[in-house]
Design a protein around this ligand. Structure first.
Ligand code: PMP
Ligand code: GLN
Length: 390
């Protein structure tokens, strides 16, 4: 940390993804850490971006995003979920889901406001709340026989009239949980009762398995006017480097978020936005194929990790699984992850970065299966040959 760092960022560690991907590169390890796929998304989408680059789409996009992308996002929400949005007033294009999250928290949270966060949480949430001066109130997901599930009692106890925003993610990185109907209903009930705005990050909306389907919180009774939904092209179309995302919700909420967003990037990725509009309109089949293929890779990775005693949870969605290293004698997942490149040539993510109190996630490790089958096989082979005990 530098001595000039503003106080509100002093308790925010550097993102674990940069640290662990640099470690993978430095040690030549198989990177099952940071969640980006080995293979790029649909070739026609890339061709559309090239055409836009060569076809004069290189100046600033309009503040809320190019009209065809806003229309495609609205059409996507209608087609998949029956949610009707006005593309001119209820859709905002952002620099990835990351900017949408930052703009949402910065525009909705005052210093001292309570923000309930479902935990474990994606690490950017912690940074966003810190930058806004908000006070985190974690609501845990707990491991059960059917994967990680929301602790509804804790939700009811934590969300009160003092809560300004509930921040969560489904399908859930890093646990792989997809909120079920009773969990969604409980969230809607507390949000309505305490007049809370819900910011829900649905970037893995299409990556679900075994017939489990994602259902948006915005579609729950009473939630349309109080839910800001965030998604992104990165995971759905395997184009994480493009950083094209969006936020949708009522005109009032979208206008509120725009107040901060316009001062962050203003706009981004003008030539990529029409290509993502094309992807949303025409690439449903490629997305379904990706999800089916990921299910096979999930089984490969989870099966292999289970055999090694790493106790992975079988995720219903996303491309991550969480495992427990205590069975191998490690109390501390961070130490395990630091030893792993040298012992096995593999990088994974210590999940304690996703907890308010790192001690609660100390034993958990996140493994990504968005990598090629050959990368997963190589990692499993190397793990099997290594001494993984503490
Ligand atoms: N939310 C979650 C839960 C994520 O896993 C990620 C990583 N894609 C993001 C947000 C950030 O998305 P983007 O790359 O579109 O900014
Ligand atoms: N969302 C991805 C993950 O969870 C990548 C995040 C990042 O690199 N900031 O691994």
């Amino acid at each position: 940390m530098t001595r000039r760092l503003a106080r509100r960022l002093q308790d925010v560690p550097p993102t674990v993804f940069t640290t662990m991907s640099a470690l993978a590169l430095r040690t030549g390890s198989v990177n099952l850490g940071q969640g980006f796929p080995d293979e790029d998304g649909p070739p026609e989408v890339v061709r559309r971006a090239v055409a836009a680059l060569q076809g004069g789409r290189n100046q600033y996009a309009p503040g809320p995003g190019v009209p065809e992308l806003r229309q495609a996002v609205a059409a996507h929400q209608r087609r998949h979920y029956g949610i009707d949005l006005d593309p001119d007033r209820e859709v905002l294009v952002t620099a990835g889901a990351t900017e949408a999250l930052a703009a949402a928290v910065l525009s909705l949270v005052d210093p001292g406001d309570e923000v309930a966060i479902v935990e474990p949480f994606y690490d950017a949430y912690l940074a966003c709340v810190a930058m806004a001066g908000g006070v985190r109130r974690p609501v845990p997901l707990r491991r059960t026989a059917s994967g990680f599930r929301l602790d509804v009692e804790a939700l009811r106890a934590t969300v009160t009239d003092r809560t300004s925003v509930l921040l969560l993610n489904t399908p859930h990185n890093p646990t792989g949980a997809v909120l079920d109907a009773s969990e969604r209903a409980a969230i809607a009930e507390v949000a309505v009762r305490h007049d809370v705005v819900v910011v829900v990050d649905e970037v893995y909306e299409h990556l679900t398995y075994d017939g489990v389907r994602h259902a948006p919180l915005a579609a729950e009774p009473g939630m349309a006017e109080r839910t800001l939904t965030i998604s992104s092209a990165g995971k759905t179309f395997s184009l994480t480097g493009w950083k094209v995302g969006w936020a949708t919700g009522s005109e009032e909420l979208v206008t509120t978020v725009m107040a901060a967003k316009q001062w962050l990037t203003f706009t981004n990725a003008a030539p990529l936005q029409p290509a993502i509009a094309y992807a949303l309109d025409h690439e449903d089949e490629a997305v379904a194929t990706l999800a089916a293929d990921l299910a096979v890779r999930r089984d490969l990775l989870c099966g292999g990790l289970a055999e090694l005693g790493l106790d992975p949870v079988v995720p219903q969605g996303t491309y991550f699984t969480l495992g427990d290293v205590r069975h191998l004698g490690w109390p501390d997942g961070e130490a395990f992850c630091r030893a792993l490149p040298e012992r096995a040539g593999v990088v994974a993510i210590p999940a304690q970065a996703f907890y308010d109190d790192p001690a609660d996630g100390r034993h958990l490790i996140r493994w990504a299966f968005c990598k090629n089958r050959s990368s997963i096989e190589r990692a499993l082979h190397q793990l099997a040959r290594a001494d993984l005990t503490a």
